[in-house]
Design a protein around this ligand. Structure first.
Ligand SMILES: [Zn+2]
Length: 158
């Protein structure tokens, strides 16, 4: 598997999985990839060229989401984000501190909140991927963190 870094290819929404079994099979592949690349905390299927609504997060523990959907969100926050598809880019995004998510492979609604913000934001980031959005679509208008060039300048002076 290879990570897709072409933004145009990441702009399309994914197709729903037709079964939980299909989704879990893809999810396990994604988790395996993430474990081999320890710099990532989340991955969406379309980032490796699989056009299906499956994503994984691995912040405190590995989790697969098949056909996930955000059904509730509360309290806007800003967060500094990175993405495996855009190595070296860090941007400040507008996100929510609390979200409620339904996924076919989880019986109950999942609640993510302030007690693990990285995970809460990661879930939003990955579900965005499945809907054809990247972190650049969520870039905060209020705050900016340096682009790649500024970053290398910053390191040069240290
Ligand atoms: Zn990403």
């Amino acid at each position: 598997m290879k990570i897709i870094t072409d933004k145009k290819k990441l702009d399309k929404p994914c197709e729903p999985c037709t079964s939980i079994k299909e989704g879990l099979k893809i999810g396990n592949k994604l988790l395996k990839y993430l474990k081999e690349h320890e710099n990532g905390v989340g991955l969406a299927a379309n980032q490796v060229g699989i056009n299906k609504r499956v994503c994984v997060v691995n912040v405190d523990k590995p989790m697969i989401l098949v056909n996930p959907k955000i059904i509730g969100k509360f309290k806007k926050i800003q967060f500094l984000e990175a993405c495996l598809s855009f190595p070296g880019s860090y941007i400040v995004t507008d996100r929510y501190e609390n979200i409620a998510v339904n996924a076919d492979n989880h019986e109950r609604t999942l609640i993510f909140g302030a007690e693990n913000l990285l995970k809460t934001v990661c879930v939003q980031h990955e579900i965005d991927h499945l809907n054809g959005f990247t972190m650049f679509d969520r870039q905060s208008k209020g705050e900016r963190y340096g682009d790649q060039q500024q970053k290398s300048e910053r390191f040069d002076t240290n």
